[in-house]
Design a protein around this ligand. Structure first.
Ligand SMILES: NC(=O)c1ccc[n+]([C@@H]2O[C@H](COP(=O)([O-])OP(=O)(O)OC[C@H]3O[C@@H](n4cnc5c(N)ncnc54)[C@H](OP(=O)(O)O)[C@@H]3O)[C@@H](O)[C@H]2O)c1
Length: 380
């Protein structure tokens, strides 16, 4: 393994993936240098991170006064694009929620940086554009998300095309909730994920299965697998993170306890597999039965709608992401009910005017429009 520590810019360092990424850095201090950290509102967490990891660059929201303690720790403030292109950065970790990572990801690719990709919206909104540019620039897009990581790990060392991808889903917080009770579920209940501890947006997206539709769209773009060869199955234990069937019928599965440390470490240390005492081991006897079920269309109506949008391409997926982002935000704020998330997204999509083969500016504009339209739809 190369002895030069890899320079990291971590966008979203105070969130669930960001914090776990820094834990991997702590475990392997000789292999990484933290060059840049970015957050939005969690200034006390960011300050503690800056004091510990001493990045040269940081980015966050807040007033000048609020930022003073971070500046006094010796870091220089800059924008996400600037840190993504910084000469000391080798890998940009995209761990922001929503669409904030798209522009800096493209900047990083243009500057020849590898991308450790946690943020799903980047690929859902602009998968064709991002992957095309990454190929042109010869940079790697290394998935951190556990399901794409599982597919990537299964495909490693294989030649020929995969016959089928089988992406697993826990089913989220309401897998057993009576359908007639879904209208009354609370944000607190939606945030109580049965197997994973994650940020609020992705946890609600797991309850609607929007998250799984995002992963199908991601898998299509990341691995170039046709839509009709990607399936989703409910696997409540979240032990098998996905499976790949090959042409001869053999199926490989990636198995590990539900913990993001392994996929984060795999992306950052790729192609090396390295011992980490913090990674829990799979115990087949303790795990007991691993079960699978079909997903119920009546329980997860957003899943089919989102997949249809992903297949259409253009600015449709950006409108979907913008509408979902705003609808989930309003649900978490108690402004709309759980079932209103679908109603709001459907209204936004009905009004969307697609732009085929869009530029990145058009994609960002579609997401921005969808957020504004979602606000109006919620009030209607
Ligand atoms: N959590 C998981 O296990 C997991 C697994 C797979 C994929 N993902 C994906 O990874 C992404 C992050 O998920 P998460 O669960 O870690 O989210 P999260 O806990 O909500 O954290 C989001 C992070 O992004 C920061 N942020 C948000 N907007 C920003 C902006 N405009 N500029 C700079 N920083 C910004 C937040 O800063 P503040 O804290 O200051 O607000 C926070 O650090 C999502 O796209 C998610 O779908 C997550």
């Amino acid at each position: 393994m190369s002895s030069r520590p890899r320079g990291l810019a971590i966008l979203g360092s105070t969130g669930s993936v960001g914090v776990q990424t820094l834990q991997v850095v702590r475990t392997f201090p000789d292999r990484f240098r933290v060059v840049a950290l970015a957050a939005r509102t969690s200034l006390s967490s960011l300050r503690a991170q800056v004091e510990e990891f001493r990045p040269r660059l940081f980015s966050c929201g807040g007033t000048a006064e609020e930022k003073t303690p971070i500046l006094s720790a010796g870091s220089i403030e800059c924008g996400l694009d600037e840190m993504a292109a910084d000469p000391d950065v080798d890998v940009v970790v995209t761990a922001t929620a929503g669409d904030a990572a798209l522009a800096p990801t493209l900047t990083a690719i243009d500057a020849g940086k590898d991308i450790a990709l946690a943020n799903k919206e980047t690929i859902v909104m602009a998968g064709r554009q991002v992957m095309r540019r990454a190929r042109q620039k010869g940079v790697s897009v290394l998935p951190i998300d556990s399901e794409p990581s599982a597919i990537w790990q299964c495909l490693e060392g294989e030649d020929g095309e995969a016959a089928r991808l089988i992406i697993t889903a826990s089913g989220g917080a309401f897998r057993h909730t009576k359908l007639s009770d879904l209208a009354r579920v609370t944000p607190e209940q939606a945030l109580s994920h049965p197997t994973w501890s994650m940020g609020p947006k992705i946890t609600v997206d797991s309850a609607t299965l929007m998250n799984k539709a995002f992963e199908v769209i991601e898998a299509h773009h990341l691995f170039g697998v046709p839509w009709d060869k990607i399936e989703v199955v409910i696997h409540p234990q979240s032990i098998i993170h996905s499976m790949v069937e090959f042409q001869d019928g053999s199926v490989k599965a990636q198995i590990s306890p539900p913990d993001m440390t392994l996929p984060i470490q795999y992306a950052l240390l790729y192609p090396h597999r390295v011992y980490n005492e913090n990674i829990a081991r799979f115990d087949p006897v303790a795990a007991g039965s691993l079960t699978f079920e079909p997903w119920e269309p009546d329980r997860y109506p957003l899943f089919g709608m989102a997949l249809d949008v992903g297949r259409r391409g253009g600015t449709w997926p950006a409108a979907l992401c913008g509408a979902d982002d705003k609808a989930v935000e309003m649900f978490l704020a108690g402004r709309i009910g759980f079932l209103d998330i679908g109603r709001v997204i459907e209204t936004v999509l009905e009004d969307h005017r697609n732009v085929p083969d869009p530029s990145i500016d058009r994609i960002m504009a579609a997401a921005g429009w969808a957020k504004r339209r979602a606000e109006q739809a919620a009030e209607a």
